[in-house]
Design a protein around this ligand. Structure first.
Ligand SMILES: [Mg+2]
Length: 333
């Protein structure tokens, strides 16, 4: 199984502990990103589509010492490194760190530019996996990946089907946020399951509100980002609220008055502490996201992704129900 992974970064040997980060795969929060998620490879990707692989590889080799511009998930990965630094300042022996790996369909020949770019920016990436497989998401489970960010929709859907928290990254303009690491989640169909969205689609807002009242004592089902959010919460709990290098946000279209109670109860039931929650009652999320300035915002609604992109907030789309067609659907949030 491992023989298809052709290159690993120097300093990392198989399952041995990582010299750079000394993470332990069972305790670490492993995040896998594709090259087009952390770097801006749009020109190169266009070349690949138009002129083919050979021309692409030639281009990447000719430019291997020219660092790639940063991509949409770049600031998020940098902020995760900042959190690692803060954790290690408190306890140099800590193993529960962020562990970032690059999972790429680039060949090792074209991957040199990726490695050089990561070095150039001082990104602490523990593993570079250049795999030729059509479906590279088969490696996510063996690397204990808790979050997968990709610019390829099929990749993301495959990862979600494998039960890994995953989201689609679009190339966009990003306002570089400052530390601490801030992560914002939508509620329904992201942290939570889409059960209430389904009632909303079938029975409208009144039906959804009735459903929520009837189900108030029952936690909402788990959504595709729950597992990642729980691991993030685990790292978050190492710190007091004032000194935490991580801040988490819930930004949901639910109204606080009618539909907030069950959401809050569910988070409490899970033991997931969210620093701030915004119940927007259907209002656009862009303005509040512009204030929060998260390093990443997860939502299943493309109109919310668009709203975040418009204010320069790095956003990641969580496609609901696996392979839904890439078109806007009526969703609650
Ligand atoms: Mg939603």
């Amino acid at each position: 199984s491992g023989d298809k992974i052709r290159i690993k970064a120097p300093g990392h040997a198989g399952n041995a502990s990582n010299a750079q980060l000394s993470t332990n795969p069972s305790e670490a929060l492993v995040i896998a990103v594709t090259t087009r998620a952390i770097f801006n490879l749009e020109e190169e990707h266009q070349l690949y589509l138009e002129k083919g692989k050979e021309e692409y590889v030639r281009h990447q080799q000719a430019n291997q010492d020219k660092p790639l511009p940063s991509g949409t998930a770049f600031a998020f990965i940098q902020a995760a490194q900042y959190v690692n630094k803060k954790i290690l300042e408190r306890n140099p022996a800590e193993k529960g760190l962020f562990d970032i790996l690059v999972l790429s369909n680039n060949s090792p020949e074209s991957g040199m530019r990726i490695i050089n770019s990561a070095k150039h920016y001082g990104l602490g990436i523990s593993k570079f996996c250049f795999v030729s497989d059509e479906d590279s998401t088969q490696y996510l489970k063996s690397h204990r990946v808790k979050l997968f960010l990709s610019a390829d929709r099929t990749d993301v859907c495959n990862a979600l089907r494998r039960g890994v928290s995953a989201a689609l990254i679009f190339q966009q303009e990003v306002q570089a946020p400052s530390t601490p690491l801030r992560v914002a989640f939508d509620g329904d169909a992201v942290l939570f399951s889409d059960e209430t969205d389904q009632v909303f689609r079938e029975q409208g807002l009144e039906g959804a509100m009735q459903y929520e009242r009837a189900m108030e004592a029952v936690p909402i089902g788990e959504g595709p980002m729950k597992a990642f959010a729980m691991h993030l919460g685990k790292i978050r709990k190492k710190f007091s609220q004032e000194e935490s290098p991580i801040r988490t946000y819930l930004v949901t279209a639910r109204s606080g008055r009618d539909m907030g109670i069950r959401a809050i109860k569910t988070l409490r039931e899970w033991g997931l502490a969210i620093d701030e929650a915004f119940f927007m009652d259907g209002a656009p999320k862009g303005p509040i996201l512009a204030q929060i300035q998260p390093h990443i915002f997860f939502d299943d609604g493309l109109h919310n992704i668009q709203g975040a992109q418009d204010v320069g907030v790095p956003s990641a789309w969580v496609p609901s129900q696996g392979m839904q067609p890439l078109q806007e659907e009526q969703t609650l949030s």
